[in-house]
Design a protein around this ligand. Structure first.
Ligand SMILES: [Mg+2]
Length: 339
């Protein structure tokens, strides 16, 4: 999610968008041009790459947090920022059912940045990694105009392979936990608040590692993704990869008490992003397996919609009336400077 980009001129952003067709247009052009390496089971375009190395299968993912784009330094402590930079990566591993093992950290640091704060960032990464069963095994430090943290995470893969592709018409769509809180947290931070339940949800994502593993290993899910750019946009990724469409019933969305107190609209929950919950498709014949997994999931799972043969996404609001989605989520290129 974009939070602020005062240093990035909108004109430059729009030029970049024109040239590339937005983040996803750019990726659609780039990915087919890349050389196919050996040992690649799942390549670019998914939450993680899945690689065969000897008898082992590894998941690899990378994500960067950039000050002024993904966060503002006064929104959380350096320690919290470090934790967050690891946890958002762990969420991609969760989406493919893996176990985090090792990470390398590349930090871009403005000149004069306090050493003590840099130590706190790394203490945060280290603690979050240890809690998820991983360790920092290397990294890089460079001078950079804006604080930038890039974490590459390597994980042991599950025996089964679940990607964004694989959803079929009739599959039911489920999401873990609650959606929309983190985006409300960002809204509150922008309004100058510095504490509260939804702000904590933004600061400390809870990657669904146990749920991801259980859902993949049990063979219950046909497709899965983590919700980082907004529920609708990420569901769009599943639909595109699977060649299907979907209907979401907004009234079924799992909203927290804090969300319901602070918003009367479904919009933030549908498009807000940063939830780091899991969104998955479950074939109807496997639905009966879900209750047996409940203890392993360690979170709630809520039925929110159905995969359709008809392409495109439709969201039905109260009384079954379609909701006009407008902006569907976060495109890292298209919305620079606008959010
Ligand atoms: Mg992801």
């Amino acid at each position: 999610m974009l939070v602020a980009a005062p240093h990035q001129a909108p004109r430059k952003a729009s030029r970049r968008r024109d040239r590339a067709g937005g983040e996803f247009g750019f990726l659609n052009k780039l990915l087919p041009t890349l050389t196919q390496g050996s040992g690649v089971i799942v390549g670019p375009g998914q939450d993680c790459a899945l690689l065969r190395f000897g008898s082992q299968r590894l998941l690899v993912t990378v994500d960067a947090l950039v000050e002024g784009i993904h966060f503002r330094s006064d929104w959380m402590s350096p320690y919290q920022l470090g934790r967050r930079s690891f946890l958002v990566n762990a969420s991609d591993i969760a989406a493919m059912g893996g176990r985090p093992r090792w990470c390398v950290v590349s930090a871009g640091v403005p000149r004069g940045y306090p050493t003590r704060d840099l130590e706190s960032i790394h203490a945060g990464i280290d603690a979050a990694a240890a809690e998820c069963g991983a360790a920092i095994v290397g990294g890089n430090l460079a001078a950079c105009p804006h604080l930038t943290l890039s974490v590459t995470l390597i994980a042991a893969a599950a025996r089964r392979v679940v990607t964004r592709a694989g959803a079929s018409p009739g599959d039911r769509i489920f999401v873990t936990g609650c959606v929309g809180d983190a985006a409300l947290g960002v809204r509150n931070l922008k309004r100058g608040r510095r504490s509260g339940e939804v702000i904590e949800r933004y600061r400390e994502p809870a990657p669904r590692l146990a749920a991801g593993r259980a859902l993949v290993e049990s063979g219950v899910v046909s497709a899965m993704i983590d919700v980082s750019d907004g529920l609708i946009q990420d569901l769009g990724h599943i639909c595109e990869a699977s060649g299907v469409g979907a209907v979401v019933e907004a009234e079924r969305l799992p909203l927290s008490g804090a969300y319901r107190r602070q918003s009367k609209s479904f919009d933030t929950a549908l498009t807000g992003g940063e939830d780091y919950e899991l969104l998955c498709a479950v074939p109807q014949r496997r639905m009966t397996l879900l209750p047996k997994l409940r203890r392993r999931l360690r979170c709630e799972m809520t039925l929110i919609g159905t995969v359709t043969k008809r392409k495109g996404l439709r969201v039905l609001g109260r009384d079954g009336i379609a909701i006009d989605l407008g902006a569907k989520g976060y495109d890292h290129f298209a919305k620079v400077g606008s959010r």
